[in-house]
Write a protein that binds this ligand. Structure first.
Ligand SMILES: *Cc1c(COP(=O)(O)O)cnc(C)c1O
Length: 412
């Protein structure tokens, strides 16, 4: 099927009925939610799972002999299995539950502190979210490793040849996002992973922004670590996953000490539990983990390819309409991008535009989007960012375009 016919086969009105929040009005206008890159909305199917957990089998896991604990444990471990299957990890214990992308990255960065030496090199990209920059700066400071940056071009793409030049025998780790949250650029991660592996460097991919739109197959990518947050893919906040190759997770020391992550404890010596528990100290977000599994079920029922094709249609439609507005500047014009549009108009402050849009019921993000280095590159304080999801419509984009034109008139 061509992309166009596949998108036609998708029924957005049916999808919208699954999201109760889309019925809301804001300031007397129907909500137009275009802040999906910050967090996605939650379908009733996932809300039901959350209510069911607290109504019927709330209990601590892996410990109790009683029925509720067993039920909660089974559901939690089933969710881990769903996540494993979704990302095609080889083994279930390569999936570590985290509180989100930020937690996953910090877990890996902390682990590498004991593996790196002064003078080793680690490479980050210019397109990163702060949560994929700051933990590595802390790591470099702690270990004496040198942090290098893959530069970007005006289109908002990484300059791949410059990456090749940064690599050397000293390179131990490369971290790059799959999709930039500020610009929507899809990075050539397969090429980056393969190249880094020629130097025996490990690669961590921040998949937070990609996971709602692109199905990552961690085995096909041969990636060493892949991290996501459930709340960007129709799941709840406060839960995510870290995928790590078994050999790496075995090598890394635990991140936090506590219950659940130990095999034996004496004051002389503690031995750690096997994977994945070694990295899951304390009572986890049990309900969140189970709901994360339900969110994947929901997305897979529609089909991520269908979602991506439909969102691409929205992206092209909105881009074309926005560019008809005089003074419009769109940042990030890579051919490979997800449905994120970062823009400014004629030096107007993004915050002012965002405030007017909010008055009209439209939710967008304004500011630096936790990616200040990108804003510095373009020499701007920030942008207005509209990010679309598969429950948005062209009619909503029409409303949005009218509102942007109105904001421009008001601010001129
Ligand atoms: C949202 C996001 C993060 C941070 O995710 P949290 O859920 O806040 O931990 C990191 N990287 C990218 C690319 C993101 O979009």
């Amino acid at each position: 099927m061509s992309t166009a016919t596949e998108a036609l086969a998708y029924n957005v009105e049916k999808t919208r009925k699954d999201f109760p929040i889309l019925k809301r009005e804001i300031n007397g206008y129907p909500l137009v939610y275009f802040d999906n890159a910050a967090t996605s909305q939650t379908p009733q199917q996932v809300i039901d799972v959350i209510v069911d957990y607290y109504s019927n089998y709330n209990a601590n896991i892996h410990r109790g002999v009683h029925a509720l604990s067993q039920e909660a444990t089974d559901k939690y471990e089933q969710a881990r299995k769903k996540i494993q299957e979704h990302f095609n990890a080889k083994k279930t214990h390569e999936i570590i539950f985290t509180s989100g992308t930020t937690h996953g990255i910090n877990l890996v960065a902390n682990g590498f502190a004991s593996l790196l030496h002064k003078g080793d090199e680690i490479i980050v990209s210019a397109l990163e979210h702060h949560s994929n920059i700051v933990p590595w700066q802390i790591l470099a400071e702690k270990t004496g490793a040198v942090l290098k940056v893959i530069p970007m071009n005006q289109e908002g793409e990484l300059i791949y040849p410059a990456f090749e030049e940064l690599l050397s025998e000293k390179t131990k780790l490369v971290f790059v996002n799959h999709v930039s949250n500020a610009l929507g650029t899809v990075n050539p991660i397969k090429k980056i992973i393969d190249k880094a592996h020629q130097y025996d460097a490990a690669v961590l991919v921040d998949g937070a922004q990609a996971a709602p739109h692109i199905k990552a197959d961690v085995q096909a990518l041969d990636v060493d670590f892949y991290v996501v947050s459930a709340h960007k893919m129709c799941g709840p906040t406060g839960v995510g996953m870290l995928y790590g190759k078994e050999e790496w997770l075995t090598k890394l020391p635990p991140y936090q000490g506590g219950g659940e992550m130990i095999a034996t404890v004496t004051f002389e010596k503690t031995t750690y539990a096997d994977l994945p528990h070694k990295f899951e100290a304390g009572t986890p977000n049990i309900c969140g983990g189970i709901a994360f599994g339900a969110a994947l079920d929901y997305i897979n029922t529609i089909g991520i390819e269908k979602i991506a094709a439909y969102e691409e249609e929205l992206l092209h439609y909105a881009t074309k309409k926005l560019l008809e507005i005089d003074g419009m500047e769109i940042y990030g014009v890579s051919k490979e991008k997800t449905a994120v549009i970062s823009f400014n108009i004629n030096g107007m402050h993004p915050y002012d535009i965002g405030t007017i849009l909010d008055k009209l019921g439209i939710a967008v993000r304004t500011g630096h989007h936790c990616a200040q280095p990108i804003m510095d590159f373009y020499k701007i304080p920030g942008t207005v960012r509209a990010s679309f999801s598969f429950y948005n419509t062209k009619e909503e984009i029409d409303v949005f375009i009218k509102a942007v034109v109105k904001a421009k008139t008001m601010l001129t």
